[in-house]
Design a binder for this molecule. Structure first.
Ligand SMILES: Nc1ncnc2c1ncn2[C@@H]1O[C@H](COP(=O)(O)OP(=O)(O)OP(=O)(O)O)[C@@H](O)[C@H]1O
Length: 243
């Protein structure tokens, strides 16, 4: 088994080749190939259960039971659908959780400022709204100064308005930080809004990829936006005529 995970890479932010992950003899990821360039924003779409989260967990280093090659930078960070905050730690301590050594509180303050939560540094997690909690988890990712940011459906649990705000924030952070992003999402519109390239995963592989060559900020009212959205929905097997 050639598990070549987590060596530093330079030319790519992610280099995956011949990656396979099986559960109970069934390959959920099947000979998958994927490259992400430094600073590139990639969105990953696919039907429920197609293996998106499994791939993300592998890239995050949380699942090493693989065959094939998966090279990612050492400085990487991941956020999940749920913010996963420790309720007995204040917000700033949650942000610094898991960092080596004795990181300074000011690090957390800076990251929280960046996500618009400078005023909630000393708050307890239970006093946060869903959108705020998700932003804390984003700050926890940013404090690691990632070259690769892995986002697993980070906006899914949010109401429509918080979702739009959070999407905008992620777009701004990405532009400011210049890190590569892999965003797993169910939402085709979100993918077209944010990504340089959208991947559609089927049968454990990347079955389709679509470059999004629209200027930013993007307008969903742009006919080119609608055309890309329709093409991706088609690739996902959604009947757009009936939608
Ligand atoms: N630890 C596990 N043990 C057994 N099967 C698993 C395990 N983790 C994932 N699977 C299976 O692998 C498949 C892919 O799961 P995964 O969570 O990666 O899908 P997904 O594309 O992220 O789905 P969703 O969009 O619903 O989140 C599913 O059939 C799931 O049941």
């Amino acid at each position: 088994m050639a598990t070549d995970v987590h060596r530093p890479v330079t030319r790519h932010a992610v280099h995956v080749e011949g990656l396979t992950r099986s559960f109970d003899g069934r390959a959920v990821i099947d000979d998958l190939r994927l490259d992400i360039a430094p600073g590139e924003f990639v969105a990953l779409l696919g039907r429920s259960g197609c293996g998106k989260s499994t791939l993300l967990r592998i890239l995050a280093g949380l699942d090493r039971d693989i065959t094939g090659t998966a090279l990612v930078p050492r400085r990487r960070a991941v956020t999940f659908q749920a913010p996963r905050l420790m309720p007995w730690k204040k917000v700033w301590r949650n942000v610094l959780l898991g960092l080596p050594g004795r990181p300074e509180r000011s690090l957390a303050e800076r990251a929280l400022d960046e996500v618009g939560l400078g005023h909630r540094v000393d708050a307890w997690p239970k006093t946060l709204s869903g959108g705020e909690a998700q932003r804390v988890s984003l700050a926890r990712a940013l404090v690691r100064e990632p070259e690769l940011l892995l986002l697993d459906e980070p906006f899914d649990a949010l109401d429509a308005l918080s979702r739009v705000k959070a999407q905008r924030l992620v777009g701004e952070l990405w532009q400011r930080r210049g890190c590569a992003v892999l965003l797993v999402t169910h939402d085709v519109e979100e993918a077209v809004l944010l990504a340089d390239r959208v991947l559609v995963m089927t049968g454990g592989r990347i079955a389709h990829e679509q470059r999004i060559d629209l200027d930013r900020p993007r307008e969903i009212t742009d006919p080119r936006f609608a055309a890309l959205r329709a093409r991706l929905l088609e690739r996902l097997g959604v009947d757009t005529a009936a939608a």
